[in-house]
Design a protein around this ligand. Sequence first.
Ligand code: FES
Length: 109
Amino acid sequence: MEKRITDHPVLGPLEDVKKVTIFVDGELLEAREGEMIAAALFANGRQYLRKTVKRHEPRGIYCAIGRCTDCVMMVNGVPNVRTCITEVQEGMDIRTQDGLGDWSDGETV
Ligand code: FES
């Protein structure tokens, strides 16, 4: 079940927008077109996005402006994507990043 503010006291009611489908660790989720990945995951009840390199501790949204890198995830096979500043796109494959991420899906140079 999505958790969203549907009637904000300053911004007003949540407008209807097109929905897109994303895949998060293989699970199909619905997101709002134009929203950031981290916001879509948070609205779907997902609060951790990656695990730290040394202790594998969970991390989630911290700065939400693209500065801290706590929200990095694997997106379409690319590691270290800052999900708080990356918009969802139809069919995106998003995975929890463990440590530095996995580069094996990417093309070799
Ligand atoms: S939450 Fe800090 S870069 Fe995304």
